[in-house]
Write a protein that binds this ligand. Sequence first.
Ligand SMILES: Nc1ncnc2c1ncn2[C@@H]1O[C@H](COP(=O)(O)OP(=O)(O)OP(=O)(O)O)[C@@H](O)[C@H]1O
Ligand SMILES: [Mg+2]
Length: 112
Amino acid sequence: MKLILAIIKPHQLESVKVALSKVKVFRLTIMECQGFGRQHGQQGLVGGDEIALNLRRKIQLQVAVNDEFVHPTVQAIQQSAHTGEIGDGKIFVVNLEDCIRIRTGEHGPAAI
Ligand SMILES: Nc1ncnc2c1ncn2[C@@H]1O[C@H](COP(=O)(O)OP(=O)(O)OP(=O)(O)O)[C@@H](O)[C@H]1O
Ligand SMILES: [Mg+2]
């Protein structure tokens, strides 16, 4: 099991949701967040010594998946969130120790 954390541009959310549904991923959590990457939140590359750390609004998707879904999920997010501009986002893939489905008490892959 993996936890896929994807930080994307808010405008790409609808296309990412459609892409995930096409690979049969129908369970996810979405959080509004702010952050910056290697341009320190600038819209474009700027010269000079001054570094402004401007937070940008992003959406973080959290998707817990079983192993066979990892590659299709990452691929779907990568393709649907891509605009080619800076700030398109990042996908982190994290090992997931366990999952417990509260209503049934199931554990592990069956609970995902
Ligand atoms: N190493 C990181 N750790 C935590 N959050 C990150 C990291 N890199 C990026 N993020 C988050 O992802 C968002 C989008 O990152 P972004 O796409 O700008 O990354 P980048 O490395 O600057 O790539 P690009 O050059 O394509 O802009 C950031 O606003 C931040 O919230
Ligand atoms: Mg960036």
